[in-house]
Write a protein that binds this ligand. Structure first.
Ligand SMILES: *Cc1c(COP(=O)(O)O)cnc(C)c1O
Length: 451
């Protein structure tokens, strides 16, 4: 009985899948935060190379992956797909549970799938340095890795509280040659203005994005790279789902439900979009995005135009949002603490093409522990949201006495997250209530835009 489904290197996808031509309806315009008019490619070219801007707006269903990028992917791709037989046994479920494991990348998550092409296209465009933000540190370490592979400098604005909570992520970025700056910092106007009001500010992803965008916009040789949310990031991540589809075929199965955790949405998009293309062709497959109850963007946010960052420098997009200045409680799944959501995923959710669900963190760690004790792999706190939802689907199948095939995304490993596991094991992990009042206040400050 097989539990591991491997593809050889020649099966690394040669093209990414672009969902834009298969979306339910036209895309909403992306709005320039200064002019409040639709963003033009020229606006975006201040911080992005033209090749990525073209991908951001492309209506081509398939986009070639450069050979140089596939060459780098070869380090760890195709990533394995496992059948979680021991977890199935532990749950006594009639459901079959599969998971696609992205923790085998050098940085330990799915994020290098996009960091590598982003570094590649910037290098091609003659850029010398990339600036970015990082919350929990996974994106920062992935971009540091990618920049070192292509000989680019890398400046990372790391949310200040994470610098102390995740010191080893900082070390990883530095060992790959990046410069790490705790955010808010004195290096940018955005950082200085926050510190002027609040010298002890611990930072947020929104603030760090503002600093990195400002850095890129004010230096000709420097561009900005974003680790999630944008269409081209979702595009790059589709290698996950494209491989998973082939591997499910090897296993002789097809999922009834595809589950992934959802922060800005890139790993969810990466796994789910290739299956949604089957759905567009009449296949019955459910896709479920799982988010933290303390940052419930899809399940409790509203579908509206909002800024991508706190300082209102990033474009305004129509998305599910909790408000651009919403500060989520300090949960351990730092990668899921973003106020907004990918525009593509938002539109799919609004159209009823995908489902969403939220969990509190203790429930997720409980699932992660059961998973680690049956399958061996320690999930990243972010990924534990998908683990928990997959377990609940399998338990439901048992209660209903139904067979079901579940595929979930294990977006990364949690070996650098032992502080979080310690907190859980010692019973010190706090569950936060749904921050309704904070969200309500934050939503009062949405930009007044309508298209
Ligand atoms: C960053 C991260 C996430 C969340 O980001 P998405 O863009 O929503 O995928 C999920 N899992 C891991 C392991 C991450 O590092």
């Amino acid at each position: 009985m097989n539990t591991k489904f491997m593809l050889d290197e020649s099966r690394i996808p040669k093209q990414w899948y672009n969902i834009i031509p298969d979306m339910p309806g036209p895309l909403h315009p992306v709005v320039n935060p200064q002019t409040l008019k639709p963003v033009t490619p020229e606006d975006m070219s201040v911080i992005f190379p033209m090749s990525l801007i073209e991908q951001e707006m492309s209506t081509e269903r398939w986009i070639d992956i450069p050979e140089d990028v596939r060459e780098k992917y070869r380090l760890w791709r195709p990533a394995p797909l496992f059948r979680a037989r021991r977890l199935e046994q532990a749950l006594q479920t009639p459901a079959k549970i599969y998971y696609k494991y992205e923790g085998v990348s050098p940085a330990g998550s799915h994020k290098p799938n996009s960091a590598i092409p982003q570094a590649y296209y910037n290098k091609q465009a003659g850029i010398r340095r990339l600036a970015t933000e990082t919350g929990a540190g996974q994106w920062g370490s992935s971009l540091a890795l990618a920049c070192s592979m292509f000989g680019l400098e890398c400046t990372i604005y790391m949310v200040k509280v994470s610098c102390t909570q995740k010191p080893y992520r900082k070390s990883m970025m530095q060992l790959w040659g990046a410069t790490v700056i705790p955010s808010p910092s004195e290096f940018t106007n955005a950082g200085r203005s926050i510190l002027a009001h609040d010298p002890n500010n611990l930072g947020s992803l929104g603030i760090a994005i503002s600093e990195a965008v400002e850095d890129a916009a004010t230096h000709d040789d420097t561009n900005y790279a974003l680790g999630s949310v944008l269409n081209h990031v979702c595009l790059h991540q589709t290698v996950i789902g494209l491989e998973a589809k082939e591997q499910m075929e090897l296993a002789g199965d097809y999922p009834d439900i595809v589950i992934a955790c959802c922060g800005g949405g890139s790993n969810f998009a990466g796994l789910a979009f290739p299956f949604l293309s089957d759905r567009a062709n009449g296949k019955k497959v459910r896709c479920l995005a799982v988010e933290p109850a303390s940052c419930p963007t899809l399940t409790k946010g509203i579908y509206a135009f909002d800024y991508g960052d706190t300082a209102k420098l990033a474009p305004i997009t129509k998305m599910y949002t909790l408000g651009h200045d919403f500060m989520p409680p300090g949960i351990h799944a730092g990668g899921l603490r973003y106020h907004g959501e990918s525009a593509l995923i938002s539109q799919l959710y609004h159209a009823g093409e995908i489902e969403a669900k939220s969990y509190k963190q203790n429930a997720c760690f409980e699932g992660a522990l059961l998973f680690a004790r049956s399958e061996g792999i320690v999930p990243a706190p972010e990924s534990s949201h998908a683990v928990r939802a997959a377990i609940d689907e399998a338990v439901l199948a048992k209660e209903e006495g139904k067979e079901k095939t579940i595929l979930f995304g294990l977006s990364g490993h949690g070996q650098l997250d032992m502080m979080a596991y310690d907190a859980y094991l010692s019973g010190a992990l706090e569950d936060f209530e749904y921050p309704e009042e904070m969200i309500r206040q934050s939503l009062e400050r949405l930009p007044k835009v309508s298209f």
